[in-house]
Each structure stands twice: as structure tokens, then as C-alpha cells.
Design a protein around this ligand. Sequence first.
Ligand code: FBP
Length: 300
Amino acid sequence: MTLYRGYLKMQKKFNKKDNKMRDIFDAIQKSAKRIRKAIDIKDIGYSQQENSSGETQLELDIKCDMIIEEEFSKVSSINTIASEEKEHEEVLHVEGKYYIAYDPLDGSSLVDVNLSVGSIFGIYEGAFGAEKMVAACYVVYGPRTEMVFSENKTKLYLLQADEFEFVKEIQLTEKGKLNAPGGTQQNWEPYHKELVDSFFAEGYRLRYSGGMVPDLHQILLKGGGLFSYPATSDKPAGKLRRLFEVFPFAFVYKTSGGEAINGTSDLLTLGFAHIHDTSPCFFGSKYEINRVKEVYAKNA
Ligand code: FBP
């Protein structure tokens, strides 16, 4: 086989793989545009339904979930989907090789106070699991609509005239200035409170909206800092869900030169027993994450 024919064969294989990911990328963009319109409606009441975490679902949660399922059902490379709004995973195309776990509208309870919210996607190959992750994406619905897609690099896109335009690649610095401490403070471990306070004592600024997507997006775009949602006495396993929220942001932060841990271990080395499992989580630039590791190694 001549060199050139070998190159063509590799190209074809690469393009086929690229096209499959491209189809997923397109389906996420179509979903995001429809969700943007769905958010801008007057009535955002609660439904009669509860999700698997016992939270009453907003009509909007269910609508956004339906939009994403509709768009993904048209993509033959997607084998199975799992939604934060549904108890069980669902097979779409048995021939497909990608498994996608998503949070259709994270922080949805913030819509009625007009704060930014987001959609989160974890793209896994062959099965669900941190070690199977090949790409991650999130969309921020704020004053503007932005999308961040991580595969080999992390790229920012802005919705302009109904098209997502590439803006820039994102890279975290070694050390940041922003601190986003989640969880009910009265239920924090004393050593965690000390850690959070030590960053403020160093001049870090408080930036916490209660929406994971805008909070992590701000730290990513402003060059670094720390987002934390620890284990607390009322939530000893943390609050945020591994497959839908934690693993995707761990992938984005690590691909952008940052770190992501559960206090002691790399989040992308964790397993899961149930698709709705949660985990304590810390996302940030290297300096801040090393500080967390030091404190948690001594105490946890
Ligand atoms: P949902 O996925 O149910 O919206 O919850 C997740 C979330 O709202 C995150 O966006 C946010 O970081 C966290 O919960 C806020 O939790 P708390 O209100 O305990 O600080």
C-alpha cells in the first residue's frame, strides 16, 4: 500500500470519526438555540413531576430535556443518552458508539430571578465512565449565549445571528483571583471553612451565583481561581452529579490546563455505581487545587 493510499485511509478514518463528533456538536448547537428561545417564555411554573433526586421539576426542565432528546435521536452515532431529569438511561441507536450524559438546564431554579443558567454535556465512547470521556461541552444562557467545547483543546463560541461563531481557545493560568464556595456554610467542615477563608485573606474575590455553569465559566474566562462544592454534614457525598455535571467540567478544566479533584483524588479517576451518583468537587487552577490537596490530605 503506497504511503499516499495509507494517508488517504487514515484521513477517511479520521474524517469519519470527526464527522461523528461533528454531528453531536451540531445537535448540541441546535438544542442550545431552541433552549434559548424556550427560556425566554413568561410562564416558568413547576410541573407535577419529580426528578430522581426528589426535586420538583420545572416545566422548563422537562421542555429542555425533550428538546435535547429530539435533537440527539437524529444522530446515529449516539448509542445511549442519560439525562439528569430522567431516572434511567435510554438507548437511541445500538450501532452508535457514543454515550452522552447531560443536564438539560443546570441551575434552572435561577431562571425566575433572571440569573444565568446552562446546559452541560459529557460525551463518552463505548460506555459511561470518567475514563471513557472523549469530549465535554456546556452552554451558558446569560446576557449572551456562549458555548464551550472541549476535545483536545477548549474552545469558546458565541451565538451571533443564529450561528455559533468561534471566538478563542481557553487556557487557565497557574493561579487566579476568584473564589466560588458552594454548599451550606453551617454544614462545612471547620478545615474547609479555614481553607475558603484563607483565599479571601489572600485577596481573592467572592464570585458565587448558585449556578454551576456561570460560576465555572467565569473562573475559566477570568483566568483562574477555585470553585468548590465539598462534602457537608447534610450532603456527605456532595450535591453535584458525577456523570452529568462533575466529570464534564473536570474534562473541560483539565483540557484547559487546570485541575479537578474530590479533595484528594483526580475526579476523572472516579467510578460510579448509579448514574445519579454525586461527588464533592473542586475545580480550579493548579495553585488553588494544590492548596486544597494539602488541607484535605491532612484532614479528610
Ligand atoms: P440543579 O442541577 O438541580 O440545577 O442543581 C445544581 C446547582 O444548582 C448548581 O448549578 C449549583 O452549583 C448548585 O446546585 C447550587 O447549590 P446550592 O444552592 O446548595 O449552593
